[in-house]
Write a protein that binds this ligand. Structure first.
Ligand code: SF4
Length: 149
């Protein structure tokens, strides 16, 4: 099983993807390799996984130390759109990259304690992020940098 650190995604995320020498997070793990890792550990890939299994995948990745790009927070529509564009290039199985690029956290963020519960994309009863470029389970106290009200 390949760990996040071994894939280079975590290192890329820690650098903010700004070193120039580092590949972007989306390009750092071959989709087939990432899917095979999930298949080995969970018996399904993210594209095949049900809600509860996706929650386990997400929490395991973050609790195992996956560093995500919480900064920079998009300050305008262009910066927001640029992040969405990066996410659109990913397959449903590239869960690790989705989390890195979106700056996913399992806790509120910042002085204002921003969290999914107040985000316009959060579907409370489904415990779901309805942003088309993510479409993943989310919990009220989680957050990502695509947070919007
Ligand atoms: S866009 Fe981010 S903050 Fe908003 S619901 Fe989705 S994961 Fe949570």
């Amino acid at each position: 099983m390949t760990t996040p650190a071994e894939t280079g995604v975590a290192a890329d995320a820690q650098s903010g993807g700004q070193t120039g020498a580092q590949p972007s997070a989306g390009a750092s793990v071959a989709p087939a390799t990432e899917a095979a890792d999930f298949l080995e550990k969970y018996g399904v890939t993210p594209a095949q996984a049900d809600h509860d299994t996706l929650v386990r995948m997400i929490t395991d990745l973050l609790n195992d130390g996956l560093k995500t790009r919480t900064e920079p927070f998009p300050e305008d529509n262009k910066e927001f759109a640029d992040i969405l564009e990066e996410l659109r290039g990913l397959s449903a199985d590239q869960l690790r990259e989705k989390l890195v690029i979106s700056g996913w956290l399992l806790k509120p963020y910042g002085e204002d304690e921003m969290r999914c519960q107040e985000c316009m994309y959060f579907l409370f009863h489904k415990r779901w992020c309805d942003l088309p470029e993510l479409m993943l389970p989310a919990e009220p106290d989680w957050w990502c940098r695509l947070w919007r009200i």
